[in-house]
Design a protein around this ligand. Structure first.
Ligand code: FHN
Length: 461
């Protein structure tokens, strides 16, 4: 009898317990199924945490404040002095190109000089090719021996030296990384720029992305201290491929939340990307023929261009832009709410051509006078035009008059009330009239070879 009661009591205890647990289990199952459905509904490229981290948002603002960066294309291709596409353009076989690293010995490379040059030009960050489309790693990579330490007589890692020097001199360092690879057999199926260079007709795309590329990115984000971010290039070679972006972008943000992802894919920004960059064009323009006209109103913007006509060292390229042209580019970029990333291609011995150096010094002197109207600003309230652009800071609008010969300049209306107008640099008052129809400024006469006449409008908050 007592045994029966015991059994009965134990059954009723278990039943009571089950009655409590079952609704909990049903609730949990429901939650799991909702999570699975939501995940399945997300586009393949969505960033897992679509919300950028606070560090990342801060880094974006800092990026916008910097306004001027140095782009560096440097690789074993510089030995041939014919640009970074020489492998492709001469339709070389890989066993021919693979001899090139043997001649790459940049004994004159001095990280300190490079960083000092960028600083003297007024540049606040450097973006350097960690590898270009030839896939050759300009850093100490354990993922493959196709790298500077193992294949060149130099045997050292210049990116490490550069990173250390950038940290010392307070310059942000970004790594350009080519997703397109003309060397690795696993970059397969090959893309639009492929030619028969001796690679096998098979390869494993997933291995290329998940092991090779992500492996190298992990190295770049772990071995060089805090970096500014990764500047991707080359996705346009296989526009329809699955690039596993979600995975790669998450990896980057997980390793360094403040590292910015800057993709040069020439398309509208995708989830997880932090900056929209435009190649050889101002945001929204497409004179180069491959940029999108869409301009993000959320992400920081950047426009890249070259100081001569080439990216990598090109011995026959003498089309150097004048300092005045660069200054105008810089002002126009800022007025379009964008940074300017200006490229130089150092020589294979590690030196930077005098033509670059002298121009950069001149631009730097100009920036030391005009920097206040550019650094830390955002695009101003008046749409840019051929005449010039505006930049702004709280309570200040800088009117940059670039191409205007007449004494009066009529501009569209602005919301804020102008309290005063002054010539930038000498504080002389500038006559102005503000009505509902717009603003008329009496433009100071241009000094000899003066690129930019800046009028500072003090405005009510
Ligand atoms: O093919 C490259 C080129 O060599 C260079 O690196 C530029 C820089 O923006 N981007 C690519 C073309 O879109």
């Amino acid at each position: 009898m007592s045994a029966t009661r015991d059994r009965h009591e134990s059954f009723s205890t278990k039943f009571k317990l089950l009655r409590k647990i079952i609704p909990l289990l049903v609730f949990l199952l429901f939650q799991v199924s909702v999570a699975i459905t939501v995940r399945a509904a997300q586009p393949a490229d969505a960033q897992p945490s679509d919300q950028p981290s606070p560090e990342n948002l801060k880094a974006r603002q800092d990026f916008e404040d910097m306004k001027f960066g140095m782009f560096i294309h440097w690789g074993v291709y510089s030995v041939l002095g014919d640009g970074e596409w020489v492998l492709h353009d001469r339709k070389l076989k890989l066993n021919e190109y693979e001899r090139l690293p043997k001649f790459f010995d940049p004994e004159k490379f001095d990280a300190k000089t490079w960083v000092a040059l960028a600083k003297s030009a007024g540049m606040k960050y450097i973006t350097i090719t960690s590898r270009h489309h030839d896939g050759f790693a300009m850093f100490d990579s354990k993922v493959s021996d196709w790298n500077i330490v193992q294949r060149t007589p130099y045997k050292k890692d210049p990116l490490k030296m550069l990173a250390d020097e950038c940290h010392r001199q307070g310059i942000k360092l970004f790594f350009y990384y080519s997703q397109l690879d003309w060397h690795n057999p696993d970059y397969y199926p090959r893309g639009q720029t492929a030619w028969d260079n001796g690679r096998p007709d098979h390869g494993d795309w997933n291995t290329y992305l998940d092991n090779y590329m992500d492996g190298q990115l992990r190295e770049l984000l772990t071995n060089y201290g805090p970096i500014g971010g990764i500047w991707f290039d080359g996705m346009w070679d296989k526009p329809d491929a699955d690039w596993h972006l979600q995975k790669t972008y998450s990896l980057i943000h997980q390793l360094q939340p403040a590292a910015l992802i800057i993709p040069n894919h020439h398309q509208t920004p995708k989830p997880g990307e932090d900056v929209q960059t435009f190649e050889r064009d101002l945001p929204g323009r497409n004179t180069a023929g491959f940029n999108t006209k869409y301009v993000s109103d959320e992400l920081p913007l950047e426009s890249s261009n070259t100081l001569n006509d080439s990216w990598g060292f090109n011995i026959g390229d003498h089309k150097f832009k004048s300092p005045e042209e660069v200054e105008e580019m810089l002002v126009r970029a800022a007025g379009n709410n964008s940074n300017l990333l200006l490229n130089i291609g150092p020589m294979p011995n590690g030196e930077i051509e005098d033509e670059f150096v002298t121009r950069l010094h001149t631009v730097g002197e100009w920036m030391s006078r005009y920097g206040e109207t550019i650094y830390g600003t955002r695009g101003g309230p008046i749409a840019p035009g051929d005449w010039g652009v505006t930049t702004q800071k709280p309570e200040k609008i800088y009117v940059h008059v670039l191409q205007w010969k007449a004494p009066l300049l009529a501009l569209p209306p602005i919301e804020k009330t102008i309290k005063s107008a002054q010539e930038f640099g000498n504080e002389s008052p500038v006559e102005f009239r503000q009505t509902n129809d717009g603003v008329v400024l009496k433009v100071p006469r241009a000094g000899k070879s003066e690129v930019d006449r800046v009028i500072v409008l003090s405005v009510a908050p």
